[in-house]
Each structure stands twice: as structure tokens, then as C-alpha cells.
Design a protein around this ligand. Structure first.
Ligand code: B12
Length: 212
């Protein structure tokens, strides 16, 4: 079994020690950091997601696997973030209120930072008012990234856009959205400036919106 396959198995079974060791080993073998991230660390979460949907695994398994994945991401992170990259723009990111899913949002933040964006990550379960305050408090912010993974929380994105409008801040920023239950149609329906299905496309979207 290749190191990446071994790593994926370790993530799926939530074995933190093995994940850290195998992430290092794969990198030492010369596997590209982005491949370690996508194939070794993220793909097993998608595999588990399908098993969860089919009722073959439950929330505790997802939690330990997510934790293990995050520990692996910490090992890869310094290799992805290019400290010398010219600043491309400033963004604020949040997973919306009521939603505790942050893996996808964290990946988008990671790749944006590695592409040279400065990102303030407000975390998960972030209230609309806190997002508006963060935009208000930072004169340089150009992008607001909103993530939602639940059909019950995706409407908080619409509320956020409406609240930005009410605060007179809507024209100051481009709002981009992502997460499993949303798509480009939903983005235009709620008046967002863009949607992307994954982290690399989110970087392209941010660059395009800012002409960076
Ligand atoms: C891991 C996981 C969890 C973990 C989350 C851990 C964490 N720290 O994030 C835990 C165990 C906590 C969890 C809890 C729950 N979960 Co859950 N979870 C998942 C799972 C399996 C994977 C999500 C994930 O991380 N995917 C991997 C990442 C890389 O992909 P991603 O999130 O889609 O992100 C990418 C893109 O969407 C995009 N993107 C994401 N955000 C953004 C933002 C912007 C601006 C842009 C441009 C792009 C972008 O780029 C990302 C990177 O490429 C999904 C299944 C699935 N298929 O999505 C269910 C899923 C989302 N969960 C689900 C459910 C039901 C729950 C619970 C209600 C379960 C329960 N009974 O308690 C709770 C809800 C808790 C809450 N209040 O939020 C359902 C939602 C169903 C629905 N219709 O709403 C899903 C779809 C599973 C299912 N099929 O039933 N979950």
C-alpha cells in the first residue's frame, strides 16, 4: 500500500499518531503537499461522508476522523503557505450560525493564504452580527467567505447579505459562498457574488473577483 493510501486509512480510522507520522513520511518521500492534502487527508473524509449517509458510520467516527485529519493538515500547512507571496487581498471567512462544520472552510482559508490572501477566520457557528461587525471593523476587507453544510443553516448566508446591505457595507465587499447544500443558482438567488465547489476553485474565484 502506498503511503497516501496508508494515510487515508489512518484518517478514516481516526488514528492521530499514525496520521501525523504518515503525513511526514509521505512528504519525505517527495509526494507533493497538495496531493498529501487532497488524496491523503481530505478524500477519506469524503469516503466517510458517504458511509455516514448510508448509515455505516456515525457522528463519533466522523469526529475522530476530522480531528485526525486536522492534525495532518497542521503538518502540511507550512509547506502550502507561501510567506513570500505578494498580498492578493484581504478576506473574512466564517461558517454560518448553527453550523459546526469547518473542515471545508478551513481548507479554503488554507489555500487562499497559500495563494497570498490575508484571511481573518472567524471560525464556525458565527452569528450574522459578528460577521457584519468584522466587516465594519476592517476597512481593508474585500471578500467575505461564507460556508454552510446544512440545509437548515444555508439561509443564514442570505441573512448575512441582507444585514450587510442594511449596514451599508454590501458594496464594500464581494460575498462568496460554498458548502455541500449550496450551488451557483442559490448564490445568485441570495445575491452573493460567487460560489465555488472546492478550495482550488475558491482561490480562482477570489482572484477573479478582485482582478488579483
Ligand atoms: C465531517 C462531517 C461532520 C463533522 C464536522 C467536523 C468539522 N469540524 O467540520 C461533525 C461530526 C461535527 C458533523 C456533525 C453533524 N453533521 Co455532518 N457531515 C460531515 C461530512 C461527513 C463531511 C463534511 C466535510 O468536512 N467534507 C469534506 C470537506 C473538504 O468538504 P466540504 O465541507 O464540502 O468543503 C469543500 C466545498 O464545499 C467548498 N467550500 C466549503 N466552504 C466553502 C466556503 C466558500 C466561501 C467557498 C467558496 C467554498 C467552500 O470547498 C471545500 C474544500 O474543497 C458531511 C457529508 C458530506 N458529504 O459533506 C456530513 C453532513 C454535512 N452532516 C450532516 C449532518 C446531518 C450532521 C449533524 C446534524 C449530525 C447529527 N445528527 O448530529 C451534525 C450537525 C452539527 C452542526 N450543528 O453543524 C449532513 C447534512 C444534511 C443536510 N441536509 O443538511 C451531511 C451532508 C451528511 C449526510 N449525508 O447526511 N458532521
Amino acid at each position: 500500500m502506498s503511503k497516501l493510501n496508508e494515510l487515508a486509512v489512518a484518517v478514516e480510522s481516526g488514528n492521530v499518531a499514525d496520521v501525523v507520522a504518515l503525513t511526514k513520511a509521505a512528504l519525505e518521500e517527495g509526494v507533493a503537499p497538495l496531493d498529501v492534502l487532497n488524496t491523503g487527508l481530505v478524500e477519506p473524509i469524503n469516503v466517510l461522508g458517504e458511509k455516514f449517509r448510508l448509515g455505516q458510520v456515525y457522528v463519533p467516527e466522523l469526529l475522530v476522523a476530522s480531528k485526525a485529519m486536522k492534525m495532518g493538515v497542521e503538518v502540511v500547512k507550512p509547506l502550502l503557505v507561501d510567506g513570500g507571496a505578494e498580498a492578493k487581498g484581504k478576506a473574512i471567512f466564517a461558517t454560518v450560525a448553527g453550523d459546526m462544520h469547518d473542515i471545508g472552510k478551513n481548507l479554503v482559508v488554507l489555500l487562499l493564504e497559500s495563494a497570498g490572501f490575508e484571511v481573518t477566520d472567524l471560525g464556525m457557528d458565527v452569528e450574522v452580527d459578528d460577521i457584519v461587525d468584522a466587516v465594519q471593523d476592517d476597512p481593508d476587507v474585500q471578500i467575505v467567505g461564507l460556508s454552510a453544510m446544512l440545509t437548515t443553516t444555508m439561509y443564514a448566508m442570505k441573512e448575512t447579505i441582507e444585514a450587510l446591505e442594511e449596514a451599508g457595507l454590501r458594496d464594500k465587499v464581494k460575498v462568496i459562498i460554498g458548502g455541500a447544500p449550496v450551488n451557483a443558482d442559490f448564490a445568485s438567488e441570495i445575491g452573493a457574488d460567487g460560489y465555488s465547489a472546492n478550495a482550488p476553485l475558491a482561490v480562482e474565484l477570489a482572484k477573479k473577483l478582485l482582478n488579483a
